[in-house]
Ligand binder design. Structure first.
Ligand code: PMP
Length: 451
């Protein structure tokens, strides 16, 4: 369907244009190589479609400007960390007041903002008792520890091609022959994850039932819809069955809402009336300031409180010195109270529908075997149709050259998509004309490709 020779030529043309238009970013990258491992502040920043990253100058709302002076419509939004928009005023003010005005970020003393945030997250996600972290990875790590402590079981069940951060237990997949195998590239695995975890394909109930029947699974850790291998939606009835099976087998259910927060003010849990035992979240809730947390159901909190021998205060393995710090919770409060409000989601979801409808129209016009899937304020295109029903088939449909072509084509014309994804996320600051700019650019990228 796609002429590979044509794709290679276009990709070459676009990469050259990217090099030509970004000399300052290219030079900054060269300088960094002497001092930064891999030449970047974090090694994943080498995930670029054209050989070097763009360097940030400024970001406000849904707009980013790079050091070469180009302005972008930012549909990446820090891969969800900036879902509130960049530097939203309410969060900026709260952070300035906490850090500069009254002063104090890391004081080893609580502030009442945390109580407000716990109550608000409880209202949205249905689980009443919250504790904070600075990343979603840590929220997941600590939730896993608590689940193991509570159940006395060792294994964690996850989905093939899931991502929950750099958590050891999740880096395994279902192999082509159906066996469970370590995920390719897993860096220095402390132990074989097939001994700590079980993995099944999303939407595969018989596999889930089979694996839970071993009786050794402390918790299922899941995104209610996969978002890290394209978007994979649950089939009707699937999540109800997951809940029923986990209850029947004495396994806790952890919903990781870090990305699925896009589904609504209470993520998929709120939007779809789910009943997890634990909710984890990170990234967006701090409006760009490092934040995260996990919420426990009343039952889980009560059972944990009744257990003796758990060191939850000192060195028992749950906690971080800066977790729940005054600055982080001030940012969460302002973001949840004033920016990522219930009303804001209504407009954000409408924009994602506009995006999805537009992309689908291009796919239909050219009869492309692609799909686009929306999850509330987020949408992602994938180079297979119909949309995949599990992580394995979505992974198999990956097309790195096509990914790179679209990313660099769009970047050269002022639109940023998320690296690792063909994902577009809406913020309260995103406008219909931002989406129309993507639409025009995406249309011409496709037209050039199929011409
Ligand atoms: N959970 C999910 C669902 C994620 O997508 C990610 C990151 N993409 C994480 C957890 C980890 O977030 P962080 O890297 O901020 O710890």
């Amino acid at each position: 369907m796609i002429d590979r020779t044509r794709l290679a030529a276009l990709l070459g043309r676009e990469r050259q244009a990217y090099r030509d238009r970004n000399p300052r970013s290219a030079a900054a990258y060269e300088r960094a190589k002497a001092h930064l491992f891999g030449g970047v502040p974090m090694t994943w920043m080498n995930k670029t479609a054209a050989g070097f990253p763009l360097y940030l100058a400024e970001a406000r709302g849904a707009r980013v400007t790079d050091v070469d002076g180009h302005e972008y419509v930012d549909l990446c939004l820090g891969d969800t960390g900036a879902m509130a928009g960049h530097s939203p005023t309410a969060t900026v003010d709260a952070v300035a007041e906490r850090f500069g005005g009254r002063g104090g970020a890391t004081v080893m003393m609580p502030t009442e903002d945390a109580t407000w945030v716990g109550a608000e997250l409880g209202r949205r996600f249905g689980v009443p008792y919250w504790s904070f972290s600075l990343t979603a990875t840590d929220a997941n790590r600590w939730a896993i520890r608590l689940a193991r402590a509570l159940t006395g079981r060792t294994r964690i069940l996850v989905y093939s091609y899931c991502y929950h951060g750099s958590v050891d237990e999740v880096l395994l997949v279902v192999g082509p022959d159906g066996s469970q195998v370590i995920r390719e590239g897993n860096v220095g695995a402390p132990t074989d994850p097939t001994t700590t975890s079980r993995v099944v394909e999303f939407n595969d109930l018989p596999a889930l039932e089979r694996e839970l029947a071993y009786g050794d699974v402390a918790a299922v850790l899941m995104e209610p819809a996969l978002t890290n291998i394209g978007i994979v939606l649950p089939e009707p009835g699937y999540l109800d069955a997951v809940r029923e099976l986990t209850r029947r087998h004495g396994t806790l259910l952890i919903n990781d809402e870090t990305h699925t927060f896009s589904a609504g003010p209470g993520g998929c849990t709120g939007a779809w009336g789910l009943e997890p035992d634990i909710v984890t979240i990170g990234k967006a809730i701090g409006g760009g300031i490092p934040s995260g947390g996990y919420g426990l159901s009343a039952e889980v909190a009560a059972r944990l409180s009744g257990m003796s021998g758990l060191d939850l205060v000192d060195m028992g393995g749950v906690g971080g010195t800066l977790a729940g710090n005054a600055l982080s919770v001030a940012a969460m409060r302002a973001t949840l109270e004033h920016v990522l409000t219930d009303d804001a989601f209504t407009a954000m979801i409408e924009l994602a529908t506009r995006f999805t409808t537009g992309v689908q129209a291009v796919i239909d016009e050219h009869g492309l075997p692609w799909s686009v899937t929306q999850l509330g304020a987020r949408a992602e295109y994938r180079f297979t149709s119909p949309a995949p029903r599990d992580g394995g088939s979505s992974n198999a449909a990956g097309d790195p050259d096509l990914d790179d072509y679209l990313h660099v084509y769009l970047a050269n014309r002022g639109v940023l998509l998320t690296p690792f994804h063909n994902m577009a996320l809406m913020s309260p600051a995103t406008t219909p004309s931002d989406i129309d700019h993507h639409q025009t650019t995406f249309t011409s990228a496709v037209t050039d490709l199929v011409a």
